[in-house]
Design a protein around this ligand. Structure first.
Ligand code: CTP
Length: 130
């Protein structure tokens, strides 16, 4: 059976850490679906809008060759619905989320992958600001 992998993220100011987790996630199965968080979700979560708009972030993620499908994640509360809607067999997240999604292991396999060290959107923004 073909395995469908799903992952979620903001993917703002796209960097190599993003690219690597998408590549590794895709290698876990046969196709990769990515939930890109909306601008509003980010504002509610972090109190600021991303640098790139959701349309730009989705366009960039969609262009990555490891990615088969992109949708917008509008609410953190809808995770289970998204997993069911996109028939995910495997949920992949960076290990900054370790343990946080174990509740979904009744409907899919949950895998946490180690983050690429020393890079993040926040760090890039701070570096440019300095
Ligand atoms: N990610 C990763 N390695 C990094 C940075 C991010 O593997 N160095 C992964 C995250 O674990 C997540 C996905 O990429 O699964 C999307 O992360 P996102 O939060 O959009 O990126 P960050 O760079 O962590 O953004 P921020 O600094 O705003 O938290």
């Amino acid at each position: 059976m073909l395995k469908r992998v799903i992952t979620f993220g903001t993917f703002d100011v796209f960097h190599v850490g993003h690219l690597r987790i998408l590549e590794k996630a895709r290698q876990m199965g046969d196709s990769l679906i990515v939930g890109v968080s909306t601008d509003e979700l980010n504002f509610n979560k972090k109190g600021r809008f991303p640098v790139y708009t959701q349309a730009e972030r989705a366009e960039i993620v969609r262009a990555v060759r490891h990615v088969d499908e992109v949708f917008f994640e509008a609410s953190l509360e809808l995770k289970r619905d998204y997993l069911l809607k996109y028939k995910a067999d495997i949920l992949v997240m960076g290990d900054d989320w370790k343990g946080k999604f174990d509740e979904f292991s009744d409907i899919c396999e949950v895998i946490y992958l180690s983050r690429t060290p020393s890079i993040s959107t926040t760090a890039i923004i701070e570096k440019i600001r300095e």
